[in-house]
Design a protein around this ligand. Structure first.
Ligand code: MSP
Length: 503
């Protein structure tokens, strides 16, 4: 059933970065992955044909060295790590459609064809490279970007010189500036876009795209002494993940990506190299590149050496998955930096999840059960306000503003709580049972909408909410985002508390 309040795009292709797998995934990686999952679930729910791609970045010097030190082949090492990553995403309820690995045969084949295409076009030439190389970032940095012998995110860098192949980035500089200007939605948020614009206007140097020292990678098709620079390799996962060469139908259905999410530190790769590479091989440019901020822990950089890394599996063992998914997008406005702290986790649980959301469900369901009957469709001023909120929440989801989504959902809860306060159903049940029934219907349908709106975020709790509301999870009609007659004749039950207070 199509909501009269919402127009769903026909298709929605969303991606996360493919993560390096040399270490265990932590809060930072899970942040982007959950964000993408939330959008994917929302668009699926409103009826778009969604393709959600994530995966792992498995080539490069770090993996090569790490495998050597462990006495494994690189392939043995990455197979184990990719599996661990998949297990974690399963635990976090990540509903990806495809998990691409840069060591997948289809990916490696695609890279060779793409690089050959760039070469044939005359966009790649042989030159000599000297620069500051950062192993951590697998990237060269310019003199300007180095501070005290460290790259912009603090890894040590080394001077390196080699004969190498270059990609003519400079050739595309003017094209890129014009493209960004003509597509105001392309780079978001605005502050990051401004940074990129000034970076481009400073002048783009040609990019070294070959590596002689790295054997664990895709060989350059026109000179097998070299492997392809990992960022060229990695970025095209967004194409190989769609089976570009194997399944033209899939490709033409989903390409280009509608939303590509990433942390701010790799925005540059996605806003400069990526569109230029695509232009070079004549492919359509993605619709939106969105950079979110970085998490610290209690205000401090998250790092193994500080011993303060937050691992999602450890967190959800102590709390629960939905608290985690909720907290990440409630605590920090998506796009900005933020700090993780257990104190604010507990405050959000107690003041919001327990006192507002959980309490509303328990209060309304307790009242509804007092009449030992079901209720019939009714509308009033609350149902009208709820429909206004549905439109606002839709804006939040589609404008990549998850804080807005959550705060609008809570606005509904506040409105519903006030409605209970104003109507005093505990009195109506004796004085005016007919009015009581109407008030309860409006409240139950409001709860259904809250549950539906939360379902992309709280992938477990919404199922309990549905159960308490007597709603079948598999019936698509129950997810309608419109104040409707769905809660007619539903047998509700109070059941367990949705959230428990944390001391
Ligand atoms: N392999 C590259 C990406 C290639 S995409 C074509 C890479 N991998 S990574 O493992 O370093 O992952 C970086 C991403 O992890 C960030 O862009 C962000 O999505 C996430 N985060 C890692 N640490 C983070 C925080 N502390 N805070 C928020 N997100 C961060 O770069």
């Amino acid at each position: 059933m199509q909501s009269k309040l919402i127009v769903a795009p026909k298709k929605f292709y969303i991606t996360t970065p493919i993560y390096y797998i040399s270490d265990k995934m932590h809060l930072g990686h899970s942040y982007t992955t959950i964000a993408a999952d939330i959008f994917a679930r929302y668009y699926r729910m409103i009826g778009s044909d969604v393709f959600y791609l994530t995966g792992t970045d498995e080539h490069g010097l770090k993996i090569q060295q790490s495998a050597e030190s462990k006495g494994l082949t690189p392939k043995q090492l990455v197979d184990g790590l990719a599996n661990d990553t998949k297990q974690l995403w399963k635990l976090l309820d990540i509903s990806y459609d495809e998990f691409i690995r840069t060591t997948d045969k289809k990916h490696e084949e695609l890279i060779k064809i793409i690089v050959q295409k760039m070469f044939d076009k005359g966009d790649i030439y042989l030159g000599e490279y000297e620069g500051w190389y950062c192993k951590g970032c697998e990237s060269y940095f310019t003199e300007k970007e180095i501070e005290n012998g460290k790259c912009p995110i603090g890894h040590e860098v080394f001077k390196e010189k080699e004969k190498a192949y270059f990609f003519k980035l400079s050739k595309y500089q003017e094209w890129l500036l014009q493209y960004i200007e003509e597509h105001p939605e392309f780079l978001q948020p605005q502050t990051r876009k401004n940074e990129m614009l000034s970076f481009i206007k400073n002048g783009l140097d040609d990019l070294c795209i070959s590596r002689e020292a790295v054997s664990w990678g895709v060989k350059l098709p026109f000179d097998d002494k070299y492997t392809v620079y990992v960022w060229v390799d990695a970025l095209f996962n967004y194409l190989s993940g769609l089976d570009y060469f194997e399944n033209k139908e899939k490709y033409s259905k989903y390409w280009p990506p509608d939303l590509q999410l990433m942390g701010k530190e790799i925005f540059r790769f996605h806003t400069i190299y990526w569109p230029i590479f695509l232009k070079s091989v004549d492919l359509e440019i993605p619709k939106i590149e969105f950079a979110h901020g970085w998490w610290t822990v209690e205000g401090q950089k998250m790092s193994k050496s500080f011993g303060n890394v937050i691992y999602p599996d450890v967190f959800i063992e102590e709390y629960d998955l939905d608290t985690y998914r909720y907290y990440l997008f409630r605590e920090v406005s998506f796009g900005e930096d933020g700090s993780f702290s257990i104190k604010t986790v507990k405050e959000r649980i107690n003041n919001e999840l327990v006192a507002t959301l959980g309490n509303l469900f328990s209060r309304v369901l307790t009242l509804a059960q007092k009449r030992e009957k079901t209720f019939t469709y009714f509308t009033d001023e609350l149902s009208e306000k709820v429909e206004e909120k549905i439109a606002e929440i839709h804006k939040g989801y589609t404008q990549i503003n998850l804080s807005k989504v959550i705060s609008e959902i809570f606005e509904i809860c506040f409105l519903a709580n006030k409605y209970v306060q104003d109507n005093k159903p505990w009195e109506l049940i004796n004085t005016d049972p007919e009015k009581f029934d109407q008030v309860i219907y409006v409240l139950l349908e409001t709860l259904r909408i809250v549950a539906v709106e939360l379902s992309p975020i709280m992938t477990k709790k919404y199922k309990i909410m549905f159960d308490q509301l007597g709603l079948d999870l598999d019936d698509k009609n129950n997810y309608l985002l419109e104040f409707s007659n769905i809660m007619e004749n539903k047998k509700v039950k109070k059941g367990e508390y949705l959230f428990v207070k944390k001391e």
